[in-house]
Design a protein around this ligand. Structure first.
Ligand SMILES: *[C@@H]1O[C@H](CO)[C@@H](O)[C@H](O)[C@H]1NC(C)=O
Ligand SMILES: *[C@@H]1O[C@H](CO)[C@@H](O)[C@H](O)[C@H]1NC(C)=O
Ligand SMILES: *[C@@H]1O[C@H](CO)[C@@H](O)[C@H](O)[C@H]1NC(C)=O
Ligand SMILES: *[C@@H]1O[C@H](CO)[C@@H](O)[C@H](O)[C@H]1NC(C)=O
Length: 532
């Protein structure tokens, strides 16, 4: 019986008025809003039930829109609701999480986790998210979708290591579950944030055929689709100001996501998204950032004047596509790599620690097929030193692979094997750069904040300033310090395309991670539309 219902004609919400003749609008029209998997561009479909005047419940025909196909007599609304629920339950599911293993007592903020389907069939492609309601005024505060870089690092990284309300207590791992404590400078104090695991295969998101689903553009389409579906399921957030937030590699796809949302709004896609702007932290943009690593390394006194001069002369400023016959340049680059070999490129002031988790991902993955290694071994061959920033990643990996944690987060059993903080294999980089997209977005009046931890050598501030300058917008608020507790938190400048650039002084690649007070002050001011 229910399977027959699945074949019925359904109506797109925007065509409803035209298609539903007045004569069939009778006593009661029940509209059941469900996101529909068959219409990639039409996220909202209405199932329409029509009661006929004067007919008893028993005899009334349930008709669906214009089809007028006679269904079954005597189906109760309850049964229909049940159908809707069961048929679409895999499409969007969400759960409140009131406590988490490793955290003492109930969570003092609202956490929801869930899945949104972005594929053709129910269990095809499922995007996992963590949603944290603003701890201030969720009705009024903005809503932000946060995407961590990689590509393929779980947005749990943003939540637990940078801007979310929880962090790992750094203590020696002894086999028992790592502990979580509150982060006082959580951005969720002023903003509701959805942390989304994308591309598919990242974190707890999964798909039947991953290889076909991992590219920049796929990520962009999935994020856009995810967001509209999520908003259909959370209509109370439709009127909130919406911002896109991302960092690191996500500087490539995030502007494209903003552009797709914007284009979707212009095309009239439902629901309309109250898009206001975007913020990016140490974002990859041109894919040629390495060219500015050299002047950065020189400015930071990591290489000698002579080597810098020689690099400039021999490589002529081109360090990305080095001619393999240019031996002088290659020799200089070897010397450069030697100088930087024990520098933590993500934060040059921090300890340098070997991170073997990536190598181990692959090794463990292969071995686990044959030996069924326990997940608790996780993704680190050797445990990092506790004084290393990556020790937190180690703890997080132990935590996320714990059975009780997965249960608390409502992770569907058997959907993914081991949780890895980053899953970077098989990713097609099909957006060559995001500069052109910033050019496009600059004409649309969106606000943006581009911030740089100024001691990041991976995406050095010099490269970020260079592409912002190349947008050719005039300066409306010129270079000046911005302060936290009367001290310089960094420097900032705002352009006439509503783009604010800010440095976070003495911070690294993930700026709020290393300078949480400064990061929080910067975000709070910008999101409240006041000058830094
Ligand atoms: C591990 O350490 C925690 C505190 O960090 C302690 O509460 C727990 O009892 C220890 N577990 C074992 C097995 O030693
Ligand atoms: C997965 O997708 C790739 C790329 O589209 C395709 O070549 C491959 O056959 C697919 N694998 C399966 C098992 O469907
Ligand atoms: C910029 O916008 C134009 C017009 O909408 C579009 O054709 C073009 O593809 C966009 N550029 C990029 C890089 O997306
Ligand atoms: C900025 O100005 C330069 C010099 O006039 C020009 O070559 C470049 O195309 C401009 N960039 C953009 C994005 O319009």
């Amino acid at each position: 019986m229910f399977s027959k219902l699945k074949t019925l004609t359904v109506y797109h919400s925007d065509k409803l008025e035209r298609k539903l003749p007045v004569s069939c609008v009778t006593d009661l029209v029940l509209l059941v809003e469900v996101p529909h998997r068959y219409f990639v561009n039409t996220y909202q479909v209405l199932l329409v039930l029509v009661w006929q005047r004067n007919s008893s419940l028993e005899n009334s025909a349930y008709r669906i829109g214009m089809d007028m196909g006679l269904l079954y007599y005597g189906i109760t609304v309850l049964m229909f609701a049940l159908f809707v629920q069961t048929s679409f339950q895999l499409q969007i599911s969400r759960s409140k999480v009131e406590s988490l293993p490793g955290f003492q007592g109930p969570l003092p903020f609202e956490l929801e986790t869930g899945y949104v389907g972005v594929g053709e069939t129910d269990d095809d492609m499922q995007v996992f998210y963590y949603f944290i309601k603003s701890e201030n005024n969720p009705e009024k505060d903005p809503l932000m979708l946060w995407l961590t870089g990689g590509p393929g690092c779980s947005s749990f990284s943003g939540l637990a290591y940078q801007i979310g309300p929880l962090k790992f207590k750094i203590e020696e791992y002894n086999g028992s579950l790592p502990n979580l404590v509150l982060r006082p400078q959580s951005w969720t104090k002023v903003c509701s944030i959805i942390f989304v695991d994308l591309p598919l295969g990242t974190g707890f998101s999964y798909a039947k055929n991953l290889t076909a689903q991992r590219s920049d553009w796929k990520l962009v389409h999935h994020a856009h689709q995810f967001l509209r579906k999520w908003l259909i399921d959370h209509p109370e957030f439709l009127s909130n100001k919406f911002y896109m937030g991302a960092d690191s590699y996500a500087g490539i796809p995030a502007p494209a996501i903003v552009q797709e949302i914007s284009n979707g709004n212009e095309k009239g896609l439902q629901p309309w998204i109250n898009l206001q702007g975007y913020l990016l932290g140490n974002p990859m943009t041109t894919r040629r950032e390495r060219n500015e690593q050299i002047p950065f390394a020189h400015g930071m006194a990591l290489i000698s004047d002579e080597l810098f001069a020689s690099l400039q002369k021999n490589c002529k400023g081109e360090f990305v596509n080095v001619d393999s016959k240019n031996e002088l340049c290659l020799r200089d680059i070897d010397s450069l790599d030697e100088c930087l070999s024990e520098i933590n490129m993500f934060y040059i002031l921090d300890r340098y620690c070997k991170d073997d988790s990536r190598v181990q991902h692959e090794a463990l993955w292969r071995r686990s097929l044959t030996q069924k290694l326990k997940a608790s071994l996780s993704s680190h061959v050797t445990v990092p030193e506790i004084s290393c920033q990556i020790y937190g990643f180690f703890l997080g990996t132990q935590w996320a692979n714990d059975k009780s944690v997965r249960k608390a987060l409502h992770i569907r059993e058997g959907t993914i094997g081991e949780w890895r903080r980053c899953y970077t294999t098989d990713f097609e980089r099909d957006i060559p750069n995001s500069f052109e997209i910033h050019v496009n977005l600059s004409t649309k009046g969106y606000r943006s904040l581009i911030y740089s931890g100024d001691h990041d050598a991976v995406i050095p501030f010099i490269s970020t300033q260079a592409w912002i300058r190349a947008l050719n917008y005039s300066i409306v608020d010129d270079w000046r310090a911005w302060l936290v507790d009367g001290q310089v938190g960094g420097y900032t400048r705002t352009y006439s395309n509503q783009m604010t650039f800010a440095t976070v002084k003495g911070s690294g690649h993930t700026a709020p991670e290393y300078k949480p007070d400064e990061g929080f002050a910067m975000f709070t001011r910008w999101i409240s539309n006041v000058p830094l």
